[in-house]
Design a protein around this ligand. Sequence first.
Ligand code: DX5
Ligand code: ZN
Length: 217
Amino acid sequence: MVKIAPSLLSADFSRLAEEVKKVEEGGAHWLHFDVMDGHFVPNITIGPQVVSSLRSQSSLFFDVHLMIEKPERYLEAFMRAGADLITVSAEACTHLHRVLQMIRDLGVKVGVALNPATPLSVLEYVLTDIDLVLIMSVNPGFGGQKFIPSALAKIRRLKELLGDLPIHLQVDGGITAETAPQVKEAGATVLVAGTAIFGETDVVAAIKMLKTEKKLV
Ligand code: DX5
Ligand code: ZN
């Protein structure tokens, strides 16, 4: 069954612990942290201190998505803060292979994110070094953007490429009741959703809706 990773970016930042509790009780599997530095992406969001503060409040799997330049400078800080998985943007790493090894050596799971225009070929020589590929289905930086349709063909091709390898195929950006069934059908195994979960009054129903295998007509 597909895993649901609510993105805290769309949560109420004045009540983060309560928001986390809500999605945890609502059946979320992972908690997705969008870390932005104002350089790699235009927005600035959260740092390790927020991850660390929430670690004691939740037993969810902490999925830390770094949208920052030179992520190697902060890997250890996020590991210490309680990350279970750290994903770096391929485009932000001059030495992607080295950065992935650094994450592995810290003892956490390893992810690579690809922007919408980045080809899958950048993964070719790192497939044995990673636990997750994150296909960005919007240009990173903000929640609430519209799903970019070309991501579907990319997910299908990646699914083929991954074959039986034990690698999660995560999709992030513009996941809604309409796009969730399409990305699942294409091969996604982990869905990140911000607006479609925290933007709803009934968070439990929203998570259930994203999990359901039923296709919308
Ligand atoms: C975008 C972030 C996403 C974002 C998703 O840069 O990586 O995780 O919060 O938000 P929605 O689900 O609203 O598109
Ligand atoms: Zn994200």
